[in-house]
Each structure stands twice: as structure tokens, then as C-alpha cells.
Design a protein around this ligand. Structure first.
Ligand SMILES: Cc1ncc(COP(=O)(O)O)c(C=O)c1O
Length: 433
């Protein structure tokens, strides 16, 4: 794919001032391919050349209601009238925290500004609470850009080694090797390996941090009983269970993954859908742990934490979610998932469509049993990329990386689903010849 003339010119300008022309490495598609956005509204996005796309990236997930959503914009305007940063408590942050407690069944909430910050704080809280330093995470899971968990997020196979004793690989340069002494990573969904690791190391483990479903690995679901096993091991060995719900929170159910899987974690991190694309995150959880945050106890803070505009946005979003916005999201997602399955079957292309409807993953593979990152790695993601690049040329835009799910908003319509499935089928036919 080649971007249009105006996008290319604008991207050239961006490169003059911004490394690679993007402000997150994940946004770079190539010098000729990286699009520059003009605007977005509802389920649609327009590039600089006025090409229109049905957007299933939704900024990597946050835009749960739709771009420039009216009730959110209105609430933000109210917030702007108040002023934004006081380093003092104001009513919107109390309101937003109350709404989170009600929807997500958590005792206490502290706000942060990004998912990265939220997971970083959650890990510190767990370390302080347990007096232990090590963090257990899962291969293929991503918890943001801080050093503590930027390991084995997308490790090279076979470089990452034997699955029973994976080698720790940082996600790029600049992550101190010494941090590897504080982290353990194992493949997801392997009960035996999890029990072994925890039994051998529990005295050092502060927390197990888990994306309840691998939202950074094509929405790979937990096996029945797997999250329950993590819960029971954490209870038995005094380990803090952290659900990283940055992608799943206020998306896969009103109460996120805790409600969807009926498991209560000790700490939960939220961001993305919480504020429909405005920078707000939260660390929430049980009173016995969250209640230890405070002066001369556990450190947490930040100049912009709980600023008015972001918390006002969250109030509007959480009201829409409470009123049933996720029903529309799920209905659209189900149409897509059924459609993808039918198209793959009709065209004889082996594939798996998985995850919850609001963020489904599509893998082109003969393996029907997807459990972990290595299964995704074995899928034909090169072919998927070609299909998606063709979809984008035709006006449908999921992420080209098949680890990213198709994100749905409450603004996607049945007509969008029909158009999207038509484009997906055409693109697949063209690519497989
Ligand atoms: C599960 C998960 N945790 C944390 C993060 C980091 O969030 P942010 O990009 O807001 O820092 C992400 C981002 O995609 C995520 O998917």
C-alpha cells in the first residue's frame, strides 16, 4: 500500500520534527505507507487525502463509543469551563471514581494518565504490600512502556528458547539487563508450568500481572480454570493478583474481565475505554491493598492525575456504558465474527476467529487450539498483513498486526458490518489469488 500525496507530504514534514514521524513506535507502517489523519467521527476516519475508512483500530482500542462522541464532547466542554489542573481534589474525579466502583465492583480507585503508568503503579503497590520484588508475567502480554514488564512481549522464536524455561528478551535497547532479575515470564495457559514456577519462587513473587485475555496477542482466551488457578495460587502464597484491564476494562463487559470471567483480582488497571480516547487511567482494587497508598506508606501521584477534562470524559463514558452502550458494541462484533468464520470456510482458508465480540482476533492458521504467544507466532501473520493492507486500500481499517484485535465501537452500524465483510472477502480472494 502507498499513502496518498497529501498524507505523504505531511508525513515527510512529521519526520523533520518527530523521530520516524510518529509518537509511538507501534504507529509506524513505513515511509511510504504511514497515513496521516485529517479527522474522525463516529466509526469513521479520514486521511489527509480525504480517503474514508471504517475504523477498527480505534486508536488501539480506547474509542469505545465512537470518535468525537457528542455526550463526551459536551461533558469535556463543561470541564473546560472549570479549569483543568489544580493539584487539588474536584468533584469530577470523585464522580468518576464512584462510577468505576459501581460498574467494576472495586473498593478504591486512584487515577493515572496512561496504561503504562497504571501498571507501573500497580506493580509498586504490590511490591510494597508484599515486601517482595519479583513480577511474574506471560509471554506475548504487553503492559506498557516501563522497564519492568517490557520483556518477552513479542520475543523472537526460537530465540526465546524452550517453553518450559524461556529466555528473557527485552523489547528493544535501553532496558537495563539488571531488571531481568526482577521478572519471570512463562507461556500463557499452561497450568503445570504456572504451578511449578509459583511453588519454586513464591517467596520472591510480589505479583502475577495478567491480561485476563491476551489483548495484545489476537485476543487469545484463557483456558477454562486458568484464571481461577492464578487466583488460588495468589491466595495460597500471598501474591497480589493484578488484572491488567487496560484493553478489556469497560469494553468486554460493564465490569470488564472481572465480570466477564467472574474472577475478582486484588488490583486492576484500567485506561483506554475509560475515557473514550482521552488520557485517563486508573489503578483500582481491594481496600486492604489500595488503602495502604498514602503519605509515608505507598507512593503514588502525578501532576496530571485526575485532571478535570479527563475525568469529565470518563463520567460521560461510564454513564453511556451503564446505560447499555456495550450491547451495540457486542452485536456488531458478533456480526463480524460470524461473517469472518463463514468467509474463511467458504474460501477454504484455515483460520481461527476468537475472543469476545468487542475485540476479536483473527489468525490465519491450521491450529484450532490457540493458547499462547507461540501459537500466534506459528500463524501466517504475513498473509494476514497482506489481506489487511488490501482491506485498508478498500476503506476498512483494522490494525495490520494480527496481534491487535478488531476493536468495535458503539457507533459501528449494521451497514458498516456488511461493507466490512464484503471488503474482507474481496481482499482475501485477491491476496490468495
Ligand atoms: C494490556 C495493556 N496494558 C498497558 C498498556 C499501556 O497503555 P498506554 O499505551 O496507555 O500506556 C496497553 C497498551 O496497549 C495494554 O494493551
Amino acid at each position: 500500500m502507498k499513502s496518498g500525496e497529501k498524507s505523504r507530504a505531511m508525513f515527510k514534514r512529521a519526520v523533520e520534527s518527530i523521530p520516524c514521524g510518529v509518537n509511538s513506535n507501534f504507529r509506524y507502517w513505513g515511509d511510504e505507507e504511514t497515513l496521516v489523519v485529517k479527522k474522525a467521527k463516529g466509526a469513521y476516519l479520514w486521511d489527509q487525502d480525504d480517503n474514508k475508512y471504517v475504523d477498527y483500530r480505534l486508536g488501539f482500542g480506547p474509542v469505545i463509543l465512537g470518535h468525537a462522541y457528542e455526550s463526551v464532547s459536551e461533558k469535556i466542554k463543561e470541564g473546560l469551563e472549570i479549569g483543568n489542573a489544580f493539584s487539588m481534589t474536584h468533584e469530577y474525579e470523585i464522580l468518576a471514581a464512584e462510577k468505576i466502583r459501581k460498574l467494576a465492583n472495586v473498593d478504591l480507585v486512584r487515577f493515572a494518565n496512561s496504561g503504562t503508568e497504571a501498571t507501573m503503579h500497580a506493580i509498586r503497590i504490590a511490591r510494597a504490600f508484599t515486601g517482595r520484588d519479583k513480577v511474574l508475567k506471560f509471554e506475548g502480554a504487553y503492559h506498557g512502556f516501563h522497564d519492568y514488564t517490557l520483556w518477552n512481549c513479542q520475543p523472537p522464536v526460537p530465540g526465546v528458547g524452550y517453553r518450559r524455561s524461556p529466555v528473557l528478551i527485552p523489547h528493544g535497547s535501553g532496558i537495563p539487563q539488571i531488571i531481568s532479575q526482577l521478572i519471570m515470564s512463562i507461556p500463557f495457559n499452561d497450568e503445570e508450568l504456572l504451578e511449578k514456577k509459583v511453588k519454586e519462587n513464591w517467596g520472591d513473587i510480589a505479583c502475577i500481572i495478567v491480561e485476563p485475555l491476551l489483548g495484545n496477542c489476537a485476543s487469545t482466551m484463557p483456558k477454562p480454570g486458568y484464571l481461577e488457578l492464578i487466583r488460588s495460587l495468589c491466595d495460597k502464597y500471598g501474591i497480589v493478583m493484578i488484572f491488567d484491564e487496560v484493553k478489556t476494562g469497560f469494553r468486554i463487559a460493564k465490569g470488564g474481565a472481572q465480570e466477564y470471567f467472574n474472577i475478582q483480582a486484588d488490583l486492576v488497571t484500567y485506561a483506554k475505554a475509560l475515557a473514550n480516547g482521552f488520557p485517563l487511567a486508573a489503578i483500582a482494587g481491594k481496600k486492604e491493598i489500595m488503602g495502604e497508598i498514602g503519605y509515608q506508606k505507598i507512593a503514588h501521584g502525578g501532576t496530571y492525575c485526575a485532571n478535570v477534562v479527563a475525568t469529565a470524559a470518563a463520567c460521560a463514558v461510564l454513564d453511556e456504558i451503564e446505560a447499555g452502550a456495550l450491547e451495540k458494541v457486542d452485536a456488531h462484533g458478533k456480526l463480524l465474527m460470524e461473517g469472518f468464520e463463514k468467509i474463511l470456510k467458504t474460501l477454504g482458508v484455515p483460520g481461527v476467529v476468537q475472543g469476545p465480540p468487542s475485540m476479536c482476533g483473527v489468525l490465519l492458521t491450521e491450529n484450532e487450539n490457540i493458547n499462547e504467544f507461540r501459537d500466534w507466532n506459528d500463524s501466517d501473520h504475513g498473509l494476514y498483513e497482506d489481506v489487511i493492507m488490501t482491506c485498508i486500500e478498500k476503506g476498512v481499517m483494522p490494525d495490520v498486526d494480527s496481534r491487535e484485535p478488531w476493536f468495535i465501537s458503539a457507533s459501528h452500524s449494521d451497514a458498516d458490518a456488511a461493507f466490512t465483510l464484503g471488503v474482507f472477502e474481496e481482499a482475501l480472494k485477491e491476496v490468495i489469488g
